[in-house]
Design a protein around this ligand. Structure first.
Ligand SMILES: [Ca+2]
Ligand SMILES: [Ca+2]
Ligand SMILES: [Ca+2]
Length: 380
């Protein structure tokens, strides 16, 4: 800012109007952060200094005019009117300057007020800027988190898609398997029903067969009883026949009733000698032969029962000495039928049992070593 004074024109001119225009500049500087509070303050102070200088210049001008007028009075009384006129103009100029000074003072106060307001606005804007920066950082952080979450969700989504496809495939396979199983189940159900029907028929046939079997068993039992009764009757008839034939022979005088020697026992058609000492099988047989007889040959259950009454171990005339397991009587004939062996005999114990005794405990036959010494029975 510059101020000039034209002492001839009596005018003070300057660019003080620019002080008013600087309001917009200050606003712009505050808005864009380009200005500083000290620069604005400096402008207002410079305006005040300029106003003071203007007052001083005006006062100096007035003093010069008075001096000039006093000097001129001594030499030129005729120029009084001209000086009076210029004084009047200067007074008016001074009043204008005074008015401008007041206006400038008001403008400065207004600028000061605007400066204060701008400072407040700037502080508010700075605070808003800081808040916005924080919000921006927070939003950036949120954005980053959301980006990560989105990526994670995208990855999860991909995995879920794969799992869903796999499950879909599995579901298709399971559906096929279920349909196959359903078909198999239907076939099995048909087979089961068929088997159930067959089973029912077989059960009926089985029950029928059981009834028939029970009837047959009853019939067999009845037939067996009849058979046993007939067998008993047959035995009785045979015995009666033999006795009758014996009596016929005796009565006809063709045969003479056998008489046993002293010490022998008669039973049916034979005479028997029961020893009173014990010998081996061979020596026992030799004793019988010395007596004109041989070891006993058992021809029937009755003869076996007869020998049992002596309640002793007795050699009989049966052995397999010539051929193991091939039982022969002393007359050279083979054993016919099952014989009268006790349970578990003949056992040929240790391969040394070839001769037969009537055992005392059971009155049945047992094979034992021929060198054993027991009693014996001769038959004549
Ligand atoms: Ca006999
Ligand atoms: Ca034997
Ligand atoms: Ca034996």
């Amino acid at each position: 800012m510059s101020v000039t004074y034209d002492r001839y024109l009596g005018e003070i001119s300057g660019n003080y109007l620019n002080l008013e225009a600087s309001d917009d500049d200050l606003k712009n500087e505050a808005k864009y952060g380009g200005g500083s509070p000290s620069s604005v303050k400096k402008g207002a102070g410079a305006a005040a200094v300029c106003l003071g200088l203007l007052c001083l210049l005006l006062l100096a001008g007035l003093t010069g005019v008075v001096v000039h007028y006093t000097n001129a009075t001594g030499h030129h009384d005729t120029g009084m009117d001209d000086i009076q006129f210029k004084y009047k103009n200067l007074t008016e100029e001074w009043k204008k300057l005074q008015s401008n000074y007041s206006s400038l003072t008001k403008s400065r106060d207004q600028l000061q007020s605007d400066y204060n307001n701008l400072t407040k606005s700037r502080d508010q804007l700075q605070s808003d800027y800081n808040n916005l920066t924080k919000n921006r950082d927070q939003l950036q952080s949120n954005y980053n988190h959301l980006t990560k979450s989105r990526d994670q969700l995208q990855s999860d989504n991909n995995n879920l898609t794969k799992s869903r496809n796999q499950l879909q495939s599995d579901n298709n396979n399971l559906t096929k398997s279920r349909n196959q199983l359903q078909s198999d189940n239907n076939n099995l159900t048909k087979s089961r029903n068929q088997l159930q029907s067959d089973n029912n028929n077989l059960t009926k046939e089985r029950d029928t067969l059981r009834d028939e079997r029970d009837q047959l068993r009853t019939s067999i039992s009845n037939l067996t009883q009849e058979h046993e009764q007939l067998q008993s009757r047959y035995s009785t008839v045979v015995t009666s026949r033999d006795e009758l034939q014996e009596e016929v022979k005796i009565l006809s005088g063709n045969i003479t009733e056998k008489v046993c020697r002293s010490g022998w026992i008669k039973y049916r058609k034979s005479c028997y000698y029961i020893s009173t000492s014990r010998k081996t099988w061979s020596k026992s047989r030799q004793d019988c032969q010395d007596r004109g007889a041989d070891l006993v040959i058992i021809n029937s259950r009755e003869e076996q029962t007869f020998l049992s009454r002596f309640n002793e171990r007795l050699w009989i005339g049966l052995s397999d000495r010539q051929s193991e397991g091939n039982w022969k009587w002393v007359d050279g004939t083979d054993l016919v039928g099952d014989g009268f062996w006790q349970a578990g005999e003949p056992n040929d114990d240790r391969g040394k049992e070839d001769c037969v005794e009537v055992a005392r405990q059971t009155d049945e036959w047992n094979d034992l070593p021929c060198s054993t010494t027991v009693y014996w029975a001769c038959e004549e």
